[in-house]
Design a protein around this ligand. Structure first.
Ligand code: CDP
Length: 247
């Protein structure tokens, strides 16, 4: 619920000077880790995330393997130094287990797992610095790292968080908006068909507001898709980025 003490929108501008629908600056880079099969870093506003992908490789433990498809393992984690909040111990907690699961489910919608029976694909994302919207930054890094690993995807996944603060619908919530706004809706969808693969919601919205912010997320997705394409192009050139059909 909105904390009335904090005015998040003043004269149509947000705390960091952005307009209601503006995204924060986003940088995506692939191939940032030596040993991973694929990797990417994402700087999104104050968020800094690094993702590494390993596989497809032998599924361990064996009893988890599926004879028809690869299994996807995903781990999202915050570093101990990513924010002023208490992060004394770096390891899974209730929140990171939930976020790992929703990222995995989003990715399972696009990874062509049926091509790699009995194997596993591991996706790790670590938040080095947190500033609101880390699950979306982590998902964005994970998708870029999967592309860098050359793992076939049916479509790319684009994420952005949208919501409501100061009674206005806004795109790409910063930390204060996320923590103190009226509603926070991280959303991720496929580029071509706009199939929603991740949707969570904190706070309250009317049905009409929800459908408006989903449209807003789809519109903002175009910019993010361009950045994904650019990141691949910077390392592999235009031909590969075109072949990947990422936008
Ligand atoms: O990060 P995201 O917005 O996906 O998730 P959240 O759980 O709604 O958290 C909002 C923000 O609060 C995060 O992005 C961090 O900036 C901060 N946070 C943190 O620093 N440490 C935590 N344990 C949880 C949240």
């Amino acid at each position: 619920m909105e904390n009335k003490e904090i005015e998040l929108i003043v004269n149509g501008k947000r705390l960091d000077g952005r307009g209601l629908h503006d995204l924060r600056p986003i940088k995506i880079k692939v191939g940032v880790l030596e040993d991973a099969d694929g990797s990417a870093s994402v700087e999104w506003g104050g968020n800094k995330v690094v993702a590494g992908v390993y596989g497809p490789r032998e599924c361990i433990p064996r009893h988890m393997e599926n004879p028809y498809k690869a299994i996807v393992k995903c781990q999202y984690m915050m570093s101990t130094f990513c924010s002023l909040e208490e992060h004394g111990r770096m390891g899974p907690n209730r929140r990171s287990v939930e976020i790992s699961k929703v990222i995995r489910q989003a990715l399972e919608n696009v990874i062509m797992v049926e091509l790699f029976p009995k194997s596993q694909i591991e996706v790790y994302a670590i938040v080095l610095q947190a500033d609101g919207g880390t699950r979306i930054s982590a998902l964005t890094a994970a998708v870029a790292a999967l592309m860098d690993a050359g793992i076939p995807l049916r479509d790319t996944v684009i994420g952005v968080s949208v919501g409501k603060a100061g009674d206005k619908l806004i795109a790409d919530l910063g930390k204060m908006e996320d923590n103190f706004g009226q509603s926070d809706v991280p959303i991720a969808f496929t580029n071509r068909d706009k199939d929603i693969v991740l949707l969570q919601m904190d706070g309250l919205l009317t049905k009409d507001e929800l459908s408006k912010i989903i449209d807003l997320a789809f519109r903002k997705g175009e910019d993010i898709n361009q950045l994904q394409r650019k990141a691949i192009e910077n390392k592999y050139g235009e031909t590969v980025s075109k072949r990947l059909r990422i936008g």
